[in-house]
Design a protein around this ligand. Structure first.
Ligand SMILES: *[C@@H]1O[C@H](CO)[C@@H](O)[C@H](O)[C@H]1NC(C)=O
Ligand SMILES: *[C@@H]1O[C@H](CO)[C@@H](O)[C@H](O)[C@H]1NC(C)=O
Ligand SMILES: *[C@@H]1O[C@H](CO)[C@@H](O)[C@H](O)[C@H]1NC(C)=O
Ligand SMILES: *[C@@H]1O[C@H](CO)[C@@H](O)[C@H](O)[C@H]1NC(C)=O
Ligand SMILES: *[C@@H]1O[C@H](CO)[C@@H](O)[C@H](O)[C@H]1NC(C)=O
Length: 350
């Protein structure tokens, strides 16, 4: 009996020591990492460059404009790689988020929480909902919204009926809705999916009272960045996927009114047309609004440059999606615009 108790005691002790060892080596940020972050921050502030995936990031890393920091080219933290270097002689930290709003949000938050960041430049490719523009064009929207936060109305209720929890201020009918039966091929038939109402995000400002929410739907990019971007509008961009396949006209850089994001890859003509007519959306992507929301909350200037790579389902139905052919060109064009923008920022000393 005595022996059994002793055995239990020893096991408990070993578990406790093991737990201590694990918790010290798994501390949120190790001492070694903190030292590196502190050293990096002393040489800041930096421009944060946030990009969704390696397909979009590679042309930047391979560009002669990007010069990695020799002493410490990157730091890995929390599953993300933060790359240090210079673009057009501006100190930058480049980070890849991964697909979608959640990845874009947490990665941007890590970037601005760990490092001394003066502004966020986000770039990549996007779907195009604006029939006046062409694949390969690089759009710079003035506003972004997340269009994936919904209140899904019960069947039978109409647009005059309050939404669930609307009176609490949790949900609103101000932004409007998507009604499924509007898209029936036989429009006299109702649809059990009824309507989804678009909702603004709850935002807790860095300088606000904690736990007191504000609401935000349209997130403006930084005014000064946006006006500076006007100077990019004459930039010459690539027009050909290869030696034989070129776009009908040379792509351009264009500032547009609006872009929208959600965790939805849109390859559907009806939804594309809805997004354009309801929100005046040009660029459709899966990250920009999440990056913008973090910057809004943290009061950090941001701008997004998104090259149109496909028609989000609006193209010729014989091609399921044009992304395959022109995506590499679009990714290169986005990098060209990013680099030109950094060069402008640098010469204007902003
Ligand atoms: C690059 O920036 C550094 C420091 O910001 C400055 O000392 C240097 O003169 C710049 N080089 C060029 C070529 O502009
Ligand atoms: C449309 O739906 C209504 C109601 O179910 C039906 O009476 C009508 O025949 C349908 N029209 C067509 C063209 O299918
Ligand atoms: C394009 O053409 C140039 C010259 O005609 C040639 O050197 C190059 O290899 C070609 N590139 C491709 C991708 O075919
Ligand atoms: C929609 O956006 C375009 C540019 O992106 C702008 O020229 C136009 O005025 C906007 N339309 C409306 C109705 O706001
Ligand atoms: C150029 O790209 C098109 C579209 O992807 C492809 O069909 C064609 O074979 C390519 N041509 C060359 C020379 O690589």
């Amino acid at each position: 009996m005595m022996k059994e108790n002793l055995r239990k005691l020893i096991i408990c002790f070993m578990l406790a020591v093991g737990f201590l060892l694990i918790s010290s080596s798994d501390a949120a940020v190790s001492e070694n990492i903190w030292e590196k972050i502190t050293a990096i921050n002393k040489k800041g502030p930096y421009l944060g460059i946030v990009v969704p995936n390696s397909f979009e990031m590679s042309p930047l890393l391979q560009s002669p404009s990007f010069v990695p920091l020799k002493a410490l080219p990157y730091l890995d933290f929390a599953g993300k790689r933060f790359r240090f270097g210079r673009v057009e002689n501006e100190s930058v930290i480049v980070v890849m988020t991964g697909l979608g709003m959640w990845n874009a949000g947490i990665t941007t938050q890590l970037l601005v929480s760990l490092f001394n960041i003066k502004g966020i430049l986000h770039f990549g490719i996007a779907g195009n909902a604006n029939s006046e523009l062409q694949i390969g064009d690089v759009t710079i929207p003035m506003y972004w919204a997340h269009t994936g936060l919904w209140n899904w109305q019960r069947f039978g209720d109409g647009s005059d009926d309050e939404l669930a929890l609307e009176s609490n201020g949790d949900y609103t009918r101000e932004i409007g809705y998507l009604k499924f039966s509007d898209f029936n091929t036989n429009t006299s038939v109702d649809n059990l999916l009824n309507r989804v109402w678009f909702q603004p995000e709850e935002v807790f400002r860095i300088d606000g009272i904690p736990e007191i929410r504000q609401h935000a739907f349209w997130i403006p990019v930084n005014d000064r960045y946006f006006s500076l971007a006007k100077n990019l509008e004459g930039l010459e961009l690539g027009a050909c996927a290869n030696n034989t396949t070129c776009l009908p006209r040379r792509p351009k850089v264009i500032r547009v009114e609006r872009g929208i994001s959600s965790n939805i890859f849109v390859d559907n003509a009806a939804y594309r047309e809805f997004l354009n007519s309801k929100f005046n959306a040009t660029a459709i992507d899966m990250e920009s609004a999440a990056v913008g929301l973090v910057c809004l909350q943290q009061r950090i200037p941001f701008i997004t440059m998104r090259a149109l790579s496909d028609l989000a389902g609006g193209g010729d139905s014989s091609m399921s999606n044009e992304a395959n052919t022109f995506a590499p060109l679009a990714a290169n064009n986005a990098v060209d615009v990013l680099v030109a923008f950094i060069s402008l920022l640098n010469t204007r000393q902003w």
